[in-house]
Design a protein around this ligand. Structure first.
Ligand code: ATP
Length: 401
């Protein structure tokens, strides 16, 4: 469909990049990248109109995103067209704009393209040896200045290498080490550094990539005292366990699992070092405060609350209720004793969603004057429910009276 539409507009369209790479690796990928030799935005708009899907256009970059109802996302980019003056002074389109577009990409494995126009549909285009590198399981840059041009590619190299169990090519690894030695990672903007770290932590298993970052001395780009060691390895293994447990137990509750890894990664820094990292990553202040709050609160609970014998369900509820699921999982990872993990698990399964049957309007109907008294009564009532003192609406009414 893309190809026919392109043909109709006098354009050439190609599926490129990660989608083709994953096709060859037989991995599923719901993000399709299309490069159009022509006007990408016009192409996307025409497609959206014809098939009734949504198109979001970014005029500045000549790109668009097509969003299908089933979650499929198609990015459309415009390959730059070059006009050559022939003696007859007619401008012609130089074939090769696709090549130019692909040359700007990070690794050879991401430079494969498949033609979509009807006549050449399905033809694999491989300008830079991407197919061979996929076969050799090698992550290689296209030219020697690639990492200097964009140091985030160093982190991307590690991510792809570990995701596919590939190996960064020897020369590419040398270029990475040189770029790190030149200190170019420290010149990167915080947002980009944060984004790349997030991408790594969003991998199925981020641990190998973190280990590899240690080997390439990339962790120091975040903070000089950040290290990959046996302890970090053990913590990450525990994160994996608690995430699996949570996702299996609460299938339909969304979890930003990468956030648990993030909290663990920086958990051993001093508060001062933590501040330096968070500033380096340009994390907004409100989020920074939440992170510090989480560390403090977890320390506090592990140091005091969880040492008390036999806490009541209502005490557990009050202690854990302020946490988001990701923060609860972080607490489970930090806990060295099994009891704490059991209590958190009880909380998630049994207490977290407990509610009183009576609401404010019932209290009003009972003649209580509206005001702060309501929340005190409802809190006491909730505690009574959690502790099993009341079990029904009738018992709640009795309790309130
Ligand atoms: P993923 O499966 O992680 O989404 P992807 O290959 O689709 O992998 P994206 O980050 O979505 O990766 O990028 C899409 C394409 O854009 C890549 O295939 C890559 O060629 C190119 N690209 C992305 N970031 C860079 C970069 N920093 N430098 C050069 N090319 C890049």
């Amino acid at each position: 469909d893309f190809g026919e539409l392109a043909e109709g507009l006098g354009y050439k369209a190609y599926a490129v990049g990660g989608f083709i790479r994953d096709l060859l690796l037989r991995r599923s990928n719901l993000d399709i990248d299309i490069v159009v030799e022509g006007d990408g935005i016009r192409f996307a708009r025409a497609f959206a109109e014809k098939y009734g899907v949504r198109a979001r256009c970014h005029k500045k970059f000549n790109t668009a995103v097509l969003i299908f109802p089933d979650g499929l996302k198609v990015d459309v980019a415009t390959a730059r067209l070059e006009y050559y003056q022939y003696p007859a002074a007619l401008p012609v389109v130089q074939f090769g704009s696709l090549k130019m577009d692909l040359y700007r990409r990070d690794f050879t494995i991401n430079t494969l393209a498949v033609a979509l126009n009807p006549e050449e549909f399905g033809e694999l285009i491989d300008f830079f040896g991407g197919q061979k590198d996929i076969k050799d399981k090698a992550v290689r840059v296209l030219h020697n200045l690639s990492f200097v041009e964009d140091p985030t590619r160093i982190l991307r190299a590690v991510r792809f290498e570990q995701r596919f169990s590939f190996k960064v090519g020897k020369q590419t690894a040398g270029l990475m080490r040189n770029t790190v030695k030149m200190g170019l990672l420290s010149k990167l903007g915080g947002h980009r550094l944060f984004h790349e770290l997030q991408q790594i932590l969003m991998e199925e298993d981020p641990l190998p990539a973190i280990r590899r970052m240690g080997e390439f001395e990339l962790l120091a780009a975040f903070h000089p005292s950040l290290r990959y060691d046996a302890h970090m390895q053990a913590l990450f293994a525990r994160v994996k366990e608690v995430i699996s447990w949570y996702e299996l137990s609460f299938l339909d509750e969304p979890l930003e699992s990468w956030w648990v890894y993030f909290l663990v990664l920086f958990s051993r820094l001093s508060r001062k070092e933590l501040k330096q990292v968070l500033d380096r990553l340009e994390i907004p202040l409100s989020r920074q405060e939440r992170i510090v709050w989480t560390y403090n609160r977890v320390d506090h609970l592990l140091g005091t609350f969880f040492r008390l014998p036999d806490p009541r369900p209502s005490d557990i509820y009050r202690a854990l209720q302020p946490f988001r699921p990701e923060e609860l999982l972080f607490l489970m990872v930090q806990a060295t004793c099994e009891d704490v993990r059991r209590i958190v698990s009880h909380y998630c399964h049994r207490y977290r969603h407990v509610q009183t049957e009576l609401k404010g309007r019932d209290l009003k109907a009972m003649g209580f004057p509206p005001g702060p008294l309501y929340s005190r009564i409802l809190n006491d009532l909730l505690d009574a429910r959690l502790n099993g003192q009341v079990r029904s609406r009738a018992e709640e009414l009795e309790f309130v009276k």
